[in-house]
Design a protein around this ligand. Sequence first.
Ligand code: UDP
Length: 318
Amino acid sequence: MKVLVVGGAGYIGSHVAKALMLKGHEVTVYDNLSTGQEINLFKQNRFIKGDILNYPALVEAMRGQDAVVHLAAKKAVGESMENPMLYSVNNISGSLNILNAMVECGAKYIVFSSSAAVYGMPEVSTIDENVPLNPINYYGFTKLEIEKFMGWYDRLKGIKFVALRYFNAVGYDADGDIRGKEINSQNLLPIMMEVVSGKRDKLKIFGNDYPTPDGTCIRDYIHVSDLASAHVLALEKLNQGMTSQSLNLGTEKGTSVLEMLRAVEKVVGRKLPAEFAPRRAGDPAILVASAAKARSLLGWKPQYLDVEKIVQTVYNIN
Ligand code: UDP
């Protein structure tokens, strides 16, 4: 298929572009390089530097494409609460531009980068797609609204979609083909790597009084190459006639902050300075995916189930 990977120079997008390319799809990356990096591009792919807010340029890039993978978005939760306008424009208006350009150019399928943030603070700790959708931050709200817009564009214009609700995306391409590290990531594993490199004095563990076995929060850490393979499968299934879907992507296995710290220490071969700090606002105690739907509909099976192996792929590029 001819696939426009919007946001394909970014952290997850570059892994998706690689996975699509390896399966023989014709990839064009469309990215404004605001957070994406040129070093993440593959020379075999076509690249267009462009913004999703530039509608004429987007339409130009969309011509002749069969499908879109859409990963261009703002994604900092805290920033979304302080500056919702930025998220309304980039995430919501930008996604509407993509859907409109698809209609204008006859592209049929879209795989969208959604998030477990659409669930908010669920009452259950294992989350399937039937859990109520109650985002507690504006970022999560934008992801949910875009899923709803895609539902309407399916009903009204026949555009088929798969929304992939990522749990905690981690890791890097194990072949070392993608070398652009995420810049200023506020996520746990990149922060731990800053402690490893000495850029940061110590890790602050946000809360040790959660109702979990060791008191620290539990998350479902899913390797980015496993996320990437799900995008390829989703596109191929849509092309074979699958109806539109929203699907969780996770390993179905929880790892606590302390367990992640131990895994990093094991990989780097030394203890890391860490201290307990107060809870961070808005952190649920446990978020673990049920990915049964993605397994059965896509035939998807994550390969990285061992956090140490995941950490190794991060350590390799640091
Ligand atoms: N966390 C932490 N210290 C940090 C960053 C994160 O203890 O410096 C914890 C955070 O409270 C959460 C987990 O690590 O329980 C994963 O956080 P992250 O921001 O990576 O992802 P989130 O689950 O919030 O999307």
